[in-house]
Ligand binder design. Structure first.
Ligand code: ADP
Ligand code: TRP
Length: 328
């Protein structure tokens, strides 16, 4: 039997290179692997765990779906759906699971603490329950593989704990889901500090950026004199070299490292080459996106049939858990 894969992205803005390399590339790899059956959703229910605009969340969710299709996710191969179309099942299972998780465990998660800092006036029950809903998203398909970035590991640990506990108490057979890591599992920020994130201005390149915008953003990335005895391992230069590795390959990176210890790196040239390499990868995605923006009924059809496919599996799991918990 094929192993199942589940992944979701929140509709909270444009996708950037961190999302693309850390997650989307993994989604594509698994979609093309005949050993896996892939379920990819837009996590709009998770979108309401932090402050949101009720006029934007719908169109934004649709935009993520268009992004999915633009990067090459294929409704013939993957179930592509919107989480809230199955809210009755995902939220139901999350509620069952929440009876097995303590409040203290949730409050101590680093992801929760971070969000509390970001939105101190919006510490809601939905936010506290975020990882439980995510566990339900994954386990409702009995998915074994989840292609997400490194920052999501604590959430996967919760999903594994919930799987074990439910199996122990109620005799279910949930697998313990693992993270599928890509070579871009941690894409650094352009600012030289931390990871690329949409919540940090100047840190990211969007999938929709033009060549000029990419050049402008790279121009602002911090550098140094271009030479020295040791190639920096953290900071702006280290991050630029990571981008070179991700978009131009390890040989290109090695050449720059040698140059650093010898005649020096000309950053203007490095940034010019890097911008071209990044845009080369993004151009076909942007072209596909333009096409899809006019194909409203096609996108509607993808969303509808994806939800139908997902519902078949999800409803079986919810029925099973409800029965095993002894509910009538
Ligand atoms: P952001 O940090 O920009 O808000 P999200 O939290 O919405 O991004 O992340 C969506 C997905 O993209 C997750 O699977 C996450 O692990 C992945 N991701 C986000 N930023 C990066 C990054 N800089 N490097 C690798 N993966 C990332
Ligand atoms: N927490 C994920 C993020 O911030 C989004 C998400 C929701 C998710 N449900 C999921 C990811 C299930 C993987 C599987 O990116």
């Amino acid at each position: 039997m094929k192993k199942r894969v589940l992944q979701g992205m929140r509709p909270t803005g444009k996708l950037h290179l961190g999302n693309y390399l850390g997650t989307a590339k993994g989604m594509l790899t698994l979609q093309e692997d005949p050993a896996y059956e892939t379920y990819y959703m837009v996590a709009d229910l998770h979108g309401i765990t932090t402050p949101f605009d009720s006029k934007r969340i719908g169109p934004d969710a649709r935009n993520v779906m268009i992004d999915y299709l633009s990067i090459g996710l294929d409704p013939e191969k993957s179930a592509l759906f919107i989480q809230s179309d199955l809210a009755d099942l995902h939220a139901q299972l999350a509620f069952y699971f929440s009876s097995m998780v303590t409040v203290a465990r949730m409050q101590h998660l680093p992801t929760f603490k971070e969000k509390v800092k970001q939105h101190p006036d919006h510490v809601t029950m939905a936010l506290l329950n975020y990882p439980v809903l995510m566990a339900a998203d994954i386990l409702i398909y009995k998915a074994e593989m989840v292609p997400v970035g490194l920052d999501q590991e604590p959430h996967l640990e919760i999903a594994r704990e919930i799987a074990r506990k439910t199996n122990d108490i109620y005799g279910t057979n949930f697998p313990e889901p693992k993270r599928f890591a890509t070579s871009g599992e941690y894409v650094p920020s352009l600012t030289g500090e931390g990871k690329m994130s949409k919540s940090v201005e100047e840190s990211y390149i969007s999938l929709t950026d033009s060549l000029d915008e990419i050049k402008k953003k790279l121009a602002g990335a911090p550098t140094d004199s271009g030479k020295g005895e040791k190639v920096p391992e953290i900071g702006g230069v280290a991050n630029l070299l990571k981008f070179v590795e991700l978009f131009e390959g390890t040989d290109a990176r090695k050449n720059y490292e040698q140059a650093y210890k010898g005649q020096g790196i000309a950053y203007r040239e490095l940034k010019e080459n890097l911008a071209n390499a990044i845009f080369k990868e993004l151009k076909p995605i942007q072209e596909k996106r333009k096409e899809l923006e006019h194909k409203t009924s096609y996108v509607d059809e993808v969303i509808k049939s994806g939800a139908e496919k997902a519902r078949k599996i999800a409803s079986e799991t919810v029925k099973e858990v409800k029965e095993k918990m002894g509910l009538l």
